[in-house]
Design a protein around this ligand. Structure first.
Ligand code: 13P
Length: 259
């Protein structure tokens, strides 16, 4: 049984001061995560404040939204896995579609970033997803397989098992137009099959695959009803602590009913 994982991606929202207030309110609303993992990824500038506000709470995981692949050096503006680890980060998003779309992130970069995270003892969350054009031109499977294979190149065994993949169709992000479970589930199956081909069904069965794209407290249960969907990566609906706590409570209470 894979432990479910709910992640809030704050994107470029909240100051360090606001992050502290968010964490204090969230931990009031949701004192314990009861059998699922709940994490959130503030901007780099708010990581320290969020970590301080969390204190020693084991119930919430702190993550970053990106990482550079070198551990230190002359790379102006970048932040390394070593630095993130030191700030208390336990996971990091890699290859989010906004990085690919606005900052030219390539598949080969995502692979180097995944490797850098693993080297620093941080769990990578590799984000993949097709554009509307890809879907309309029947390229979804090809694009997803390419992103998964490239992002995971050279990663094996325990490292591969510890990976989290987030399937986020680009057309569903921030649009209020979530994929239906009927659209998402086949892609989740394809991702697991691709991982099985890379390293065998044993490792593949351990990798968690999350859905992201316009997830709200109203639709999360529909996704978690499928055994194929191991959690959610949430943008807009994670910014309010009450809304995020509600999402987590629904996730804690929902059991998969379909394969
Ligand atoms: P929304 O939930 O706002 O659609 O964002 C999804 C996302 O990009 C999470 O990484």
């Amino acid at each position: 049984m894979r432990t479910r994982f709910l992640i809030g991606n704050w994107k470029m929202n909240k100051t360090a001061t606001e992050a502290g207030a968010f964490v204090r309110r969230l931990t009031q609303e949701l004192p314990t995560s009861e059998g699922i993992q709940v994490g959130f990824a503030p901007p780099f500038t708010a990581l320290h404040a969020a970590h301080e506000a969390l204190g020693s709470s084991p119930d919430f995981l702190l993550g970053a939204q990106d990482v550079y692949w070198e551990d230190k050096g002359a790379f102006t503006g970048e932040v390394s896995g070593t630095m993130l680890k030191d700030l208390g980060c336990q996971f990091v998003l890699v290859g989010h579609s906004e990085r690919r779309q606005y900052f030219g992130e390539q598949d080969s970069w995502t692979n180097q970033k995944v490797l850098a995270a693993l080297r620093n003892g941080i769990q990578p969350v590799l984000c993949v997803g097709e554009t509307l054009h890809d879907r309309d031109t029947n390229q979804t499977d090809h694009v997803i397989q390419r992103q998964v294979r490239a992002g995971l190149a050279g990663i094996e065994g325990q490292h591969l098992e510890s990976m989290v993949i987030a399937y986020e169709p680009v057309w569903a992000i921030g649009t209020g137009r979530a994929a239906s479970p009927e659209q998402a589930v086949p892609v989740h199956r394809l991702i697991r099959q691709t991982i099985n081909e890379l390293s065998g069904a044993e490792a593949g069965s351990r990798v968690r695959i999350l859905y992201g794209g316009s997830v709200t407290p109203h639709n999360i249960a529909e996704f978690l009803a499928s055994e194929e969907i191991d959690g959610a990566l949430v943008g807009g609906a994670c910014l309010d602590p009450v809304s995020f706590a509600t999402l987590a409570k629904v996730a804690i209470g929902s059991k998969p009913t379909t394969a």
